[in-house]
Design a protein around this ligand. Structure first.
Ligand SMILES: Nc1ncnc2c1ncn2[C@@H]1O[C@H](COP(=O)(O)OP(=O)(O)OP(=O)(O)O)[C@@H](O)[C@H]1O
Ligand SMILES: [Mg+2]
Length: 208
């Protein structure tokens, strides 16, 4: 559940957003987070994963990914999110603290000094994110959300990257890459997608 999912081998474009993400991360003070916010299917998760794979070397203590299921009928509770992180860091399930305060304290003691990247995907609200952001004070938290989140933690430096649908040219490059492997990587970030971005349907196609 928490292993970093594979990068999309068909990932295309997003050069501006990737550079902006680099810049926001470089500017932010600890504890720090970047919220990638945008409509359903705009490519938030794909962007976060692609960036994480590109920058993995900056996080020598590892990368954790957790799906907060914020847009499902059963969003992950803050306690369950912390429990998932602790389990991924090797804490046996039967030794997990039973209270939110205990979970938060153990997250802090395990994460505080680590240069880790935590990707909290599909957040419903700030309460799911705040305790983990407080714990990961030497690392970086990337949150994806369809919503504009209120500040999840007082004193934290939380930046927002708004993600719009792929530009028409990027969508065209993506489709060209899927249809013809020879064009893969020849434009933008390059790549082909096993799944069509829903947002590509919202693009205006150049008339020919
Ligand atoms: N830049 C891209 N290049 C290639 N494929 C992409 C790109 N961006 C998104 N996709 C693909 O489009 C689909 C939707 O993207 P993604 O799941 O990242 O959207 P999302 O914004 O996270 O949506 P949701 O709000 O539902 O979580 C996925 O199949 C993804 O792999
Ligand atoms: Mg997503």
């Amino acid at each position: 559940m928490l292993k970093l999912p594979a990068d999309n081998p068909f990932f295309t474009g997003r050069d501006v957003s990737l550079r902006k993400l680099d810049m926001l991360v470089a500017q932010a003070e600890w504890p720090r987070a970047v919220v990638v916010q945008g409509m359903a299917g705009s490519g938030k998760t794909a962007l976060a994963l692609h960036w994480a794979h590109r920058t993995a070397g900056r996080f020598p203590d590892g990368i954790l990914f957790t799906d907060l299921r914020g847009t499902s009928g059963g969003p992950v509770t803050p306690g369950a999110a912390m429990g998932q992180v602790l389990r991924a860091m090797g804490v046996p399930g039967d030794q997990l603290p039973r209270t939110a305060a205990g979970l938060a304290a153990q997250c802090r003691s395990l994460l505080a000094d680590r240069r880790m990247l935590l990707i909290l995907d599909d957040a419903a609200g700030p309460e799911q994110v705040g305790p983990l952001l407080a714990a990961a004070e030497s690392g970086l938290v990337i949150v994806t959300s369809r919503r504009r989140l209120p500040p999840p933690l007082r004193g934290a430096d939380v930046r927002t990257l708004e993600l719009r649908e792929l530009a028409a040219q990027e969508a065209e490059d993506l489709i060209a890459g899927v249809l013809d492997p020879a064009t893969r990587g020849s434009r933008g970030s390059g790549g082909r997608s096993p799944g069509w971005p829903a947002s590509a349907g919202g693009c205006r196609w150049p008339s020919r």
